[in-house]
Design a binder for this molecule. Structure first.
Ligand SMILES: NC(=O)c1ccc[n+]([C@@H]2O[C@H](COP(=O)([O-])OP(=O)(O)OC[C@H]3O[C@@H](n4cnc5c(N)ncnc54)[C@H](OP(=O)(O)O)[C@@H]3O)[C@@H](O)[C@H]2O)c1
Length: 244
């Protein structure tokens, strides 16, 4: 994709990886629109990065996704890039009383939202030229304490591969960004504090976008994307403290 002069919608663009991408795309000469549920997070992002456009919504809800794309196609019809970044990660166990309700919420934002937004974006934004999907290194190997999260990311990784070919004839590039664990508030404050900074990943993203890569990996996610079954199995056991 071209890296300048785009108008880009970044879901969850007010914090973490989404905000790192927002800052960098603005620096590179793009117009960025961000959305999320927390107005204060969107306001803080605008204060720190003037010029970004914000829209407050809950993308786990179907009607709010429809309204967002309606607003975009009337107010910002020149939007040409969608970054499906918003997501949640929940530690959970099938013994938990709220296991199913939490699983449904996780599936709604991690799976239904990007699937639905991509369809609406490709249909209603006439200038659509790229969709960037933020999956995870956990698309390839499971961390059992976040079981539904891993399953949603495996789904999203798989969907991305098919969407890439289905939308290619329309001139829409579908690019997968595969972060490893990074220092954000994902899953709750403090859980990712020992992970590398978002800025290192964003640098890698821009370097690989310049090289025209369709799947962008970094560190652990690069290893897992290339790994064979034995290495995946060994990593699965190590990550989940399982012995032979
Ligand atoms: N950090 C990591 O280690 C890591 C590794 C691999 C992949 N990822 C992926 O990277 C993406 C960004 O995560 P992050 O690490 O940057 O965590 P984060 O800072 O918690 O960012 C998640 C963003 O998604 C938004 N969001 C969540 N639910 C939403 C909803 N229902 N409607 C609208 N927006 C919603 C949040 O805003 P509101 O809360 O204000 O709605 C927030 O801005 C996620 O898809 C995550 O799975 C992260």
């Amino acid at each position: 994709m071209q890296l300048q002069h785009n108008k880009i919608l970044i879901t969850g663009g007010g914090s973490g990886i989404g905000y790192g991408l927002t800052q960098r795309f603005v620096q590179e000469g793009n117009t960025v629109i961000i959305c999320g549920r927390r107005q204060d997070v969107l306001d803080e992002a605008t204060k720190n990065t003037p010029g970004i456009i914000t829209y407050c919504c809950d993308l786990g809800k179907e009607d709010e996704r429809v309204k967002l794309i309606e607003w975009l196609s009337t107010q910002h019809a020149d939007t040409n890039v969608l970054v499906n970044n918003a997501g949640i990660q929940q530690w959970m166990h099938p013994h938990d009383d709220d296991f199913y309700s939490r699983a449904k919420a996780e599936i709604a934002i991690n799976v239904e939202a990007p699937l639905h937004l991509t369809q609406l974006f490709a249909k209603h934004l006439k200038k659509a030229s790229a969709v960037l999907n933020v999956t995870s290194g956990l698309s390839f190997v499971q961390l059992n304490k976040v079981p539904v999260y891993c399953a949603t990311k495996a789904f999203f990784h798989s969907l991305t591969i098919s969407m890439r070919e289905l939308l290619r004839p329309d001139g829409i590039e579908v690019i997968e960004l595969v972060p490893p664990a990074l220092n954000t508030d994902l899953g709750g404050r403090g859980l990712h504090d020992s992970a590398p900074p978002v800025s290192a990943f964003v640098d890698a993203v821009f370097q690989q976008l310049q090289q025209g890569k369709e799947q962008i990996t970094f560190g652990f996610s690069e290893m897992m994307a290339k790994a064979g079954p034995d290495e995946i199995q060994a990593t699965f056991k190590r990550m989940n403290n399982l012995t032979d």
